[in-house]
Every structure is written in C-alpha cells, then in structure tokens.
Ligand binder design. Structure first.
Ligand code: UTP
Length: 229
C-alpha cells in the first residue's frame, strides 16, 4: 500500500529526545519491510515557530519566514533519515517529483516543506495526491478532528468519521475562531476533497499507534472517508 504519513514537528521535535525519532524511523522501516511504501512528511513544530518569531522581530517578510520554516522542517526530516535503516540514501526530497522517484527506487521517501504559503499538512495531502496514495495519516498532537478546540472546551466532541466536504466545513468553522487551531489546515482539507483521499487524523505521540492504523486500520482518531459526493 502507498501511504503518506504527516508527522507534526511537535511529535518529531528534537526536544522530545532521540527515542521518539528512533521509534518513528523504526515504524517507517517496518512498514517498508511489510511491503508498504511510506512517504513521510515532517513538520517544523515549536522549533520552527521560535525561528519564525525571531525572524519576524528582525523584520523578515512572510515569504522569508516561510523559507525559515521550511528549512526547519527539512532539518527535522534529516533527523528522521539519520535514524532510519531503510532510508532513500539521499537528503529530504524538496519536490514531489523527487519524493516519487525515491518511492519508486527505495519504497521510502522523506520530505519536509516544499514552497512558501502553506504548511506541511498541505504538502502531505499534495504528496498523497501526487503519488496516488491509498492512505494519508496525519500523526498530530491531538486525538482527531473535534467540533471545537478540546484544549479549551471540555465539551468538545471528536468526529469518528467525516466525508471530505464535511472536513472542509469543520476546518472552516474552526479557523474562524482565533486561538482555536485546526488539526489539519484548510488547504490540506481542500486537497483531500479534490483528490478524494482516504485519510486519518490521529494522535501520533506513540508511533506504534500509527503503525496499527496503517497495518490494521485500528485507531481512535477521525477517519476521512471519500464518498461519491
Ligand atoms: P509546519 O508544517 O510545521 O507548520 O511548517 P505548522 O502547521 O505551523 O506546525 P505544526 O503543525 O504545529 O507542527 C512550519 C512553517 O514552515 C513554513 C510555514 O511558515 C509553516 O508555518 N512552511 C512549511 C512553508 O512555508 N511551506 C511548506 O511547504 C512547509
């Protein structure tokens, strides 16, 4: 199965220690050993935000700040590559074409950001569309897609399943509430809808859960199920 895994920078941050990164590398190796083709997209997390905030205070414009963010995602991707047995033997792919070639050659691809103006959520969805992925997994710091921000609303309810168009509607309503960040950004949701992707948004703090989700479709996150709409 062709699977794209989006690992948030808060999950693979160096600050979480090498074990977390090594565990993810092991999961990617095991997926490839089991005959799957994982394409992994790594985010920038708190480290990227720190760099971006400092750059903003120094007067960098938004495109320059995006470039700083992309650089951090690629550094995080290099940490994952460093821990992998079955890596592509190359730096993080900087384009979808290169990622696809890595997948064809080695069954594994690792990348960070691609171009300014969006986040690695959108990169993951675009890669999944590009390579015709069977499954796209967002390994995030939240348990799934909720109707309101679970960090501030004790009554927030998690969706078990959403159609892509419903995901878009939920993300739009979440993004209208300042300080209530959506687990997946709107561009990613739109790409999921356009490509009719099958996706899972789940807590990725334990990499073994991601492995179970891919191998056995067992997870407690939100499943995005494409339907004829
Ligand atoms: P992330 O994908 O980590 O952003 O990229 P995020 O959603 O803010 O982080 P998480 O989900 O909490 O981990 C970090 C930053 O890098 C730039 C953006 O500025 C983004 O905010 N970036 C990343 C791009 O401009 N283009 C890309 O393709 C990827």
């Amino acid at each position: 199965m062709q699977v794209v895994i989006s690992v948030g920078g808060s999950i693979l941050a160096p600050g979480n220690g090498p074990d977390q990164i090594a565990a993810y590398a092991d999961v990617v190796d095991r997926l490839a050993d089991a005959g799957h083709s994982p394409g992994v997209v790594v985010g920038g997390g708190g480290v990227a935000r720190e760099y971006i905030e400092t750059g903003r205070e120094l007067g960098a414009n938004e495109i320059e700040l995006d470039a700083i963010g992309i650089a951090v995602t690629r550094v995080n991707a290099r940490l994952l590559l460093a821990a992998m047995e079955r890596g592509p033997g190359a730096p993080p792919a900087s384009t979808y074409e290169v990622a696809q070639r890595q997948l064809q050659r080695t069954d594994v691809a690792v990348m960070g950001g691609v171009s300014p103006g969006h986040t690695t959520d959108a990169v993951s969805a675009a890669l999944a569309e590009y390579v015709g992925a069977d499954l796209l997994v967002f390994a995030t710091s939240v348990e799934g897609v909720f109707d309101t921000d679970p960090n501030v609303d004790a009554d927030a309810t998690k969706y078990e399943e959403l159609r892509p168009s419903e995901l878009v509607d939920v993300i739009v309503s979440l993004e209208m509430n300042a300080g209530s960040p959506a687990p997946v950004d709107l561009l990613a949701a739109k790409l999921i809808q356009r490509a009719g992707l099958h996706a899972i948004v789940m807590d990725g703090s334990d990499s073994e859960r991601v492995l179970r989700a891919v191998l056995h479709d067992e997870h407690e996150g939100t499943e995005i199920v494409p339907t004829a709409e």
